[in-house]
Design a protein around this ligand. Sequence first.
Ligand SMILES: [Zn+2]
Length: 347
Amino acid sequence: MNKYYKKYISVFAPIVANLHLDLLTKPFFSGKGNILIFHRVVPKDNRTRIHNHDLMEISPELLEKTIHFFKKRNYKFLHIDEIQDFLIKSKSKEKFVVFTFDDGYLDNYTYAFPMFKSYEVPFTIFITTNMPEGKAILWSYMLEDFVLNNDELNIDLGNGIEYFDIGKQSSKELFFYKIRSLFVSSNQFGLKELISKLFNYGEYQIKKYLAEHSLDWKKIIELNNNPLVTIGSHTINHRRISKLNDEMAKYEIFESKLILESKIGSKVEHFSYPFGDYSNRDFELLKEACYKSGTTTKMTNLFLNGTTNIYAYPRLPVYRFTSNEVMKLQINGFLPFLKYGFKQKIV
Ligand SMILES: [Zn+2]
């Protein structure tokens, strides 16, 4: 996401929404419904954070507000499995919404699950299997804590030992995003080495972060046993699929399905691309692996069958700053129009 998006959108959304400019795009781009993407649900606290690193952590209050937003508009709350039928058969003006979560965070169980149960709203969690397997590395939370807890550092980033003064919040943020780009470009390869080099963290700290943040298999099984919940795959290693060779892409797509199915004892038929990243090859792989859908992070609504590719379902993001006005501009196709123009119906 563009770093200015949040700033502009927070100022601009209430004005545009009050002027009802979204009614211009509504007839063309609101579609039949939408899928929402969430990551974490965490109560607000007063901890200092790295700017924008907490964007994907919404409060339980915002989750509840989002449920109310769609209830008020008489949207049908669907399971992900019901989308295709709805797109093909539903002749009425009724619209649908599907709630989805990526990665597999523990707070989905602690805060979101009880709320969805009380409102009887179905939802999907796409699991990166290395999370419950105890093998994932939650580097961005480690990096944030590390940067917030240190004021000066001597680190070798490849050009010999360098000194960094990160006493001020602004230098902490600069440093955080500098190192973050290193982690992102690694595409999860050599992460352990990078972490031990930078933070001097070993297996113990890596596991500790994971245990504090990730769902374990027991909870995933409990979630799966509830009829409201669908468990989907978000690969094994959370790598950008389109950047992988055929063999590795196949491994991430096929093997994660097998791991999940053997653990939860039921079929896993829906997939979510890490970072929303995909290519035409990946549609074929998903089809071959017998998935019924693939979800991306393309910010548009879903249109009648024929214009929505089942292996590239778009999803509307729900960030910390997603007010009712922002959501209204999304579901009425106004923000998608600004981003994709007339191409939003094409994959
Ligand atoms: Zn993810």
